[in-house]
Design a protein around this ligand. Sequence first.
Ligand code: GLN
Length: 281
Amino acid sequence: MPSQTLEQALASAANAFFACSDTAKLDAQVLLLDVIGQSRSYLFTWPDKALTAQQQTQFEQAVARRLAGEPIAHIIGYREFWSLKLKVSPATLIPRPDTETLVEHALSLALPEHAKVLDLGTGTGAIALALASEQFNWQVTGCDRIEDAVVLAQTNQAALEIKNCRFVQSNWFSAFSTEQFDLIVSNPPYIEQDDPHLSQGDVRFEPLSALVAPDNGLADIRTIVNQARTFLTSGGYLLLEHGYQQAEQVSAIFLQMAYKDIRTIKDLAGNDRVTLARWYG
Ligand code: GLN
């Protein structure tokens, strides 16, 4: 195919994406900008500029991958979260804007100046790095059971030059023994095994181990709420993301484990998304 102009390339890709993506135009823009290495305004300033033959080929390959269902983040290799550019891989969940609600609330807590913070199941390192990038005095630890995730999070940390953060391999709390944290956060797996949402869209390309939990999606949340009691300072906070229909059940788990000040927080779409509670051991 002869090289297209930017405008033509965008229009033909967006047209092809309409059948498979709710964000067809945006997908086309993000892929094209990645191929030409420019920022968004370039597309509107130079719509008649022609792609080079190499750019045309690269763009066609990227479009074909998207048409096969692959998430945009996997095709371009990164995703922005909390304005941090994070490398992603099929080893972890792709960070989602919903999880920024958790970061926002963690940052609003009145913690000691040199607070110790733990992010369980850190994946790309998104939550840990966002917190460490905002609060230079916090000592943030991110952990993940999967070695590839720990390496990915460390790669992101190095690229972002964030110093007050470390990543360790741990199956929830297995690598910790006597440490105490002022704040423990997590976006654990919480989707039910037979949720039809799992066979549609981007989630098909993400690891099930990061998405699905037994016991109606609540098994890992229950484990974390239970075990965190040993690792929280008195008055320490536990802040967990969960499904928007799980708020009542999650609050009940916190209550059953004798946490206090239990509170549910809504995400930007107005859905119950995060539950916060304190432990007075
Ligand atoms: N919110 C994500 C989704 O619905 C799931 C994230 C998770 O399980 N922790 O795809």
